[in-house]
Design a protein around this ligand. Structure first.
Ligand SMILES: NC(=O)c1ccc[n+]([C@@H]2O[C@H](COP(=O)([O-])OP(=O)(O)OC[C@H]3O[C@@H](n4cnc5c(N)ncnc54)[C@H](O)[C@@H]3O)[C@@H](O)[C@H]2O)c1
Length: 398
């Protein structure tokens, strides 16, 4: 099959963020090219102009397209002939830079792959929503955990009614790396994450709580109604929350408990979810992502393994796999599944064809706004000793 279908060429990527010593930019660069459907050709890789230029060699970005700022990049790329110009911009900067970069890229006509949380504030998210609508561009948010094959399998099983009506979600995202006050050392990732000007109104809840919330929403499709949240800071002197527990009530009466922690000794990236339905329950952990447990009273427990081609796999679960069962797939592949679905839409747009904008496989602007609303309401509820506050937003995906 031709690359990107009728488009018959690779999509051209630009990366913002990802300079030497950073984390997620390299993941974007790897995930985007995993299926041979894109090439990284340009970048504004760091806030430091010298480092931005110097880091380009790590990605094989030619010197002429290693820019010192995202503004320079957008201007110069737009001046190139269409046959060379970038198709999309991946935003892998700290949170405070997502909005200016994403907005400018959309206004310059480019598609955007934006990391989470989508913006610094809800007001920015709502403005970006309007910009996306006006632009007609593809816009995805890398809530990458939704890309795991067994998460997509579970979503399809839930939407098919295999679990019956959903009564409860228990989701947790537990880390331990901020048990010590790393922001007082020269650890860059910790420094910006605990600075409200760069991270936003929440710490653990913005960084990992939004992933957990998005996962429950993506898997069940349940619409939120109200939220009651308790966020706290256990490490003395830290400016943002490093632990929190929240209760969400959904419109159908289901209850969700969501805990996010950065201060639990020995815990790495323990994103785990259990969903109880009237007919069955499921359980999944991202630290063991190729297995999912399915339970029904009176029956032996079933372990679903990621098994492309097996009769029990749903179409979405199956389509998200790349290699046969038993060969572990993980973080990069799940991340690449967000890119893969967005590339389908980008190829259609490049061909001047219509593409789905709301009910997309990949997390989109609706999910991004919802994530920012979730953060805002959790912080507000916590400030009122856990008062129940509304959690319905007009932009919600339904
Ligand atoms: N989806 C995920 O699983 C996941 C995981 C980790 C981080 N993230 C998100 O990714 C983003 C980056 O996190 P990180 O851990 O990689 O941070 P990081 O500190 O490791 O890297 C940030 C990079 O952005 C660069 N940068 C800052 N301002 C810039 C600007 N104006 N122009 C160009 N580059 C600029 C920095 O120089 C650095 O290279 C954050 O929003 C974070 O929430 C997502």
């Amino acid at each position: 099959m031709a690359t990107n279908g009728d488009l018959n060429r690779k999509l051209r990527m630009a990366l913002v963020g990802g300079g030497s010593g950073s984390f997620i930019g390299r993941v974007h660069a790897t995930a985007a090219v995993l299926d041979n459907r894109a090439a990284l050709v340009a970048g504004a890789l760091s806030s430091n102009p010298e480092r931005a230029k110097a880091s380009a060699a790590d990605y094989d970005i030619p010197e002429a397209r290693a820019y010192t700022s995202y503004q320079e990049m957008l201007e110069k790329e737009n001046a190139l002939p269409e046959s060379e110009r970038i198709d999309f911009v991946s935003v892998a900067t700290p949170n405070h830079m997502h909005f200016p970069v994403a907005k400018a890229a959309l206004e310059a006509g480019f598609n955007v792959m934006c990391d989470k949380p989508m913006t610094l504030t809800l007001a920015e998210a709502e403005e970006l929503y309007e910009v996306v609508q006006k632009s007609g561009a593809v816009f995805a948010v890398t809530h990458n955990y939704t890309g795991y094959p067994l998460i997509r399998q579970a979503r399809e099983m839930i939407l098919n009614g295999d679990l019956g009506e959903i009564n409860a979600i228990r989701v947790q995202y537990i880390q331990g790396w901020l048990r010590t006050k790393l922001e007082d050392t020269d650890q860059k990732q910790a420094a910006w994450r605990s600075d409200p000007a760069k991270s936003g109104a929440a710490g653990a809840y913005g960084d990992i709580g939004t992933h957990a919330y998005n996962l429950g929403r993506y898997m069940t499709g349940l619409l939120p109604d109200k939220v009651s949240s308790h966020l706290t800071t256990f490490v003395e002197g830290r400016k943002l929350d490093d632990y929190g527990t929240t209760v969400i009530r959904y419109e159908n009466g289901a209850l969700c408990t969501l805990t996010a922690s950065q201060i639990s000794h020995g815990r790495e990236n323990d994103l785990a979810i259990e969903i109880d339905g009237t007919k069955a329950a499921i359980q999944w952990r991202q630290e063991n992502p190729n297995e999912m447990i399915f339970r029904q009273n009176g029956e032996p427990h079933k372990i679903y393994t990621r098994s492309p081609g097996a009769p029990f796999m749903t179409p979405m679960g199956d389509a998200a796999c790349r290699i046969p069962a038993g060969h572990p797939e993980g973080f990069f592949e799940a991340f690449a599944n967000i890119y893969r679905a967005a590339f389908d839409a980008m190829a259609l747009r490049a061909l001047g064809k219509d593409f789905e904008k709301k009910d997309t496989i990949y997390p989109n602007i609706h999910d991004g706004v919802e994530g920012m609303y979730f953060i805002q309401q959790c912080v507000a509820s916590s400030g009122q000793d856990g008062a129940w506050l509304p959690l319905k937003h007009d932009a919600a995906r339904r």
